[in-house]
Design a protein around this ligand. Structure first.
Ligand code: SAM
Ligand code: SF4
Ligand code: F3S
Length: 469
């Protein structure tokens, strides 16, 4: 039996009492200026979206925001546990706050997110970092005001990491960081239990938001002029599974596509076992949906895919790609891949290389296997030396660089629609539909606009072009 909880509006309303208490607390400390919060987010887009909601709550509490920890009255690290390296960075950066807390005793330092949802990590932080005042898990973020009030008014450190299957809390205000780009969470958690992955343990069971809530949020974003809307979930293809409303992911995409406005729809992440032909047929019919698809394959070896509990074969993956290319001409793919999974042999790795060659990805996110405590793969025998894994990793990235560079050369001479995203050096950066970046000359005031770009060159993995209109 699952114990997923939908937080009622009344329950959320209770946070208003704590919001007022915190406002008063800081007004009494300093009536002239608003307290400042520094929020640092590690990990994936779901964490970015969570931080945006927590920033919404902080704004209600009267906080302004700073990019400088030294100026902050409240520091929040929203952490990631997906690889050891991600955790080590957090430990290092938290350690560096000790001196700051000594200089500013009133500073409240808090840690939340996937890393601290692991009991052994929360314990380590509580014991080894006494200057951290608040530690809370992924299922209580909507209670941020209450948790902060407990520490600030109760003057006691607090650790709040209930283990449950997860919650859905609607109606939390959001402070978005992305300018004209917005993330919209459509579901939370993961049920897949890939044997290497910590996410299902720290994010709870899969649960989907009500489609009407999602559509209302997208409608509002479109009316506000957002140009890119990314639907988020660990496995968006299983959106709606087990829910009474019966809206599947392709149906949700169709409904989002029907919302008036000039915006691009992206989504991530997809799982090959749940990405259906119907989904690609839907993309073909929905003009707002980006012709770029992120479809992690993790390994090209059927033996390793089985050990990873991915529940598809190399052949099924390749079939899906071939079908997508048939029905959505010009679609491009990016992917995630892991090298050095326990027991991986040279011949397994070569299968991965051959899959990379066969698909011709636009780009790849490549990772060396990192054992995560509590996952089945962490207990598997792993005789391959770290140096071999590093050498394989370099071989794989060199192959992908070659492919990416060939693909870039092939688009020179074409004209494509692109979104002007940012200023970098003396250039503007525009993102093409396939997610690649092209450098153009232009007026920074146009950032956030769609333009037609003629691609004029490809050098060192960077495209250059000219704005046509
Ligand atoms: N839900 C998505 C999926 O299924 O592809 C993304 C999950 S995870 C946040 C992003 C990527 O991290 C995964 O696709 C995988 O390649 C990588 N990853 C997850 N656990 C890992 C581990 N223990 N070691 C190395 N890479 C890992
Ligand atoms: Fe992790 Fe697999 Fe779930 Fe992705 S689908 S979050 S890799 S368990
Ligand atoms: Fe990391 Fe949690 Fe995302 S483990 S990758 S922040 S879901």
């Amino acid at each position: 039996m699952s114990d997923i909880r939908v937080i009622s509006p009344e329950e959320l309303q209770k946070q208003q009492v704590f919001i007022r208490q915190i406002r008063q607390f800081y007004e009494q400390r300093c009536a002239e200026s608003a307290p400042l919060a520094y929020v640092r987010t590690y990990g994936c887009q779901q964490n970015v979206a969570d931080s945006e909601r927590m920033k919404g709550l902080l704004a209600q509490m009267g906080f302004g925001f700073t990019e400088t920890p030294e100026q902050a009255d409240f520091i929040l690290f929203n952490t990631c546990a997906v690889r050891e390296h991600a955790q080590d960075r957090v430990f290092g950066n938290v350690g560096a706050l000790k001196a700051l807390k000594r200089r500013k005793p009133h500073l409240l330092i808090a840690l939340c997110g996937c890393m601290v949802q692991q009991e052994h990590v929360a314990e380590k932080i509580y014991k080894s970092y006494p200057f951290v005042g608040l530690v809370f898990g992924t299922h209580v973020q909507h209670r941020l005001p209450e948790l902060m009030a407990g520490v600030l008014l109760g003057k006691r450190r607090k650790v709040e990491i209930p283990s449950c299957d997860g919650v859905i809390a609607e109606g939390i205000p959001t402070v978005r960081d992305g300018g004209f780009k917005a993330f919209v969470s459509i579901m939370y958690g993961c049920n897949n239990f890939c044997t290497y992955c910590i996410v299902p343990y720290v994010r709870g069971r899969e649960r989907s938001r009500d489609p009407e809530m999602i559509l209302a949020e997208v409608r509002e974003l479109a009316e506000q002029g957002y140009k890119e809307i990314t639907l988020l979930g660990q496995n968006v293809n299983s959106y709606g599974k087990g829910e009474a409303h019966g809206v599947t992911f392709p149906e949700l995409l169709r409904r989002v596509n029907d919302i008036p406005g000039d915006f691009v729809i992206r989504f991530m992440t997809s799982h090959p076992k749940d990405a259906t032909k119907e989904l690609f047929d839907t993309i073909a019919r929905c003009e707002k949906v980006s012709r770029h698809f992120h479809l992690p394959f993790q390994s090209g070896s059927n033996r390793i895919l089985k050990e990873m509990n991915r529940r598809y074969t190399r052949e099924q993956y390749l079939d899906l790609i071939a079908y997508a290319r048939r029905v959505v001409p010009g679609i491009t793919f990016t992917s995630d891949v892991i090298v050095g999974f326990p027991g991986e042999q040279r011949e397994d790795f070569e299968q991965t290389l051959s899959l990379i060659r066969e698909v011709g990805f636009a780009s790849l996110f490549t990772f060396i296997f990192s054992p995560r405590e509590g996952t089945p793969a962490a207990k598997m025998e792993d005789p391959i030396p770290a140096e071999t894994k590093s050498a394989w990793f370099s071989e794989m990235t060199a192959l992908q660089e070659e492919i990416s560079s060939e693909r870039l050369s092939a688009v020179v001479g074409t004209t494509q629609r692109a979104l002007l995203e940012a200023q970098a050096g003396g250039f503007l950066e525009a993102r093409l539909a396939d997610n690649s970046i092209v450098r153009v000359q232009g007026d920074p005031a146009r950032i956030g606009e769609f333009v037609q770009v003629r691609i004029t060159g490809a050098r060192s993995y960077i495209l250059t072009g000219e704005i046509e209109k």
